[in-house]
Design a protein around this ligand. Structure first.
Ligand code: CDP
Length: 226
């Protein structure tokens, strides 16, 4: 198999470093990068903006079916998210979205529509995808799978810094509590809960620098090709 055909997946809880490492992996291998969390975030944003009842699976599904979510990427694999043509990237980390995204993501019908869209992107390989259920449900046949995790403290601190850079002023303890709450929803939901695929390589990023993690990931990917 040529390296351009590889399918690489990253799963794990919030703030474990998935998107950063996944993006840099895609850049290094010249692959496409798909951040599936941003698709759920775009739907949550639209639902909140339009006042759709977040407990109403049918209404949410209608909304999703009418929504065009396009992920555009730059050469550095940084991504802009277009929702029905509008660039909503800067709105996806807003507190209202953080508070509602895991509710929207609980529904089987929503997940199956998202999974269909995600699989279509991976069809020709040469893709890095990150999320919660990628190695287990979306692309169980992926070539190289990773599961990233870190202590709650480290994850909260990272997310605190990211949100600060985006201009949000937040309380670190509150942020840790919010992450813990979202993790609990993601781990315990009935449909496609967050869990490590049996064949996923576990990386604890608590004390690891991004470039160390990236080096390990790239070694695993290159070993796979040989
Ligand atoms: O960046 P962060 O880890 O905080 O979250 P994200 O990847 O943007 O995902 C936001 C939320 O979307 C998660 O907490 C999950 O509830 C949901 N999600 C999911 O259910 N399945 C995925 N494949 C990706 C995200």
């Amino acid at each position: 198999m040529a390296s351009k055909d590889l399918i690489v997946t990253f799963d794990g809880p919030a703030g474990a470093g998935k998107s950063t490492v996944a993006r840099l992996t895609a850049k290094a291998l010249n692959f496409l990068y798909l951040d599936t969390g941003s698709m759920y975030r775009a739907l949550a944003l639209k639902a909140v903006t339009q006042g759709v009842d977040l407990r109403d699976e049918e209404q949410l599904l209608d909304l999703l079916r009418q929504s065009q979510i396009v992920l555009e990427q730059g050469v550095d694999r940084s991504m802009r998210v277009r929702l029905d043509g509008d660039d909503v990237t800067d709105l996806l980390r807003a507190p209202e979205v953080n508070a509602s995204v895991s509710l929207v993501a609980e529904f089987a019908a929503i997940r199956s529509e998202m999974v269909k869209r995600q699989r279509a992107v991976a069809e020709s390989g040469g893709v890095v995808m990150d999320g919660r259920d990628i190695g287990t449900v979306v692309l169980p046949y992926a070539d190289v799978k990773f599961y990233l995790t870190a202590s709650l403290k480290a994850r909260a601190q990272r997310r605190f810094q990211e949100l600060k850079n985006l201009g949000y002023s937040i309380d670190l303890d509150q942020l840790a509590a919010d992450i813990q709450h979202r993790d609990a929803l993601d781990f315990s939901r009935t449909h496609s809960p967050l869990r490590r695929a049996e064949d996923a390589i576990l990386i604890d990023t608590t004390d690891a620098a991004i470039d160390e993690v990236l080096a390990q990931v790239l070694t695993e990917c290159r070993n796979h090709v040989r």
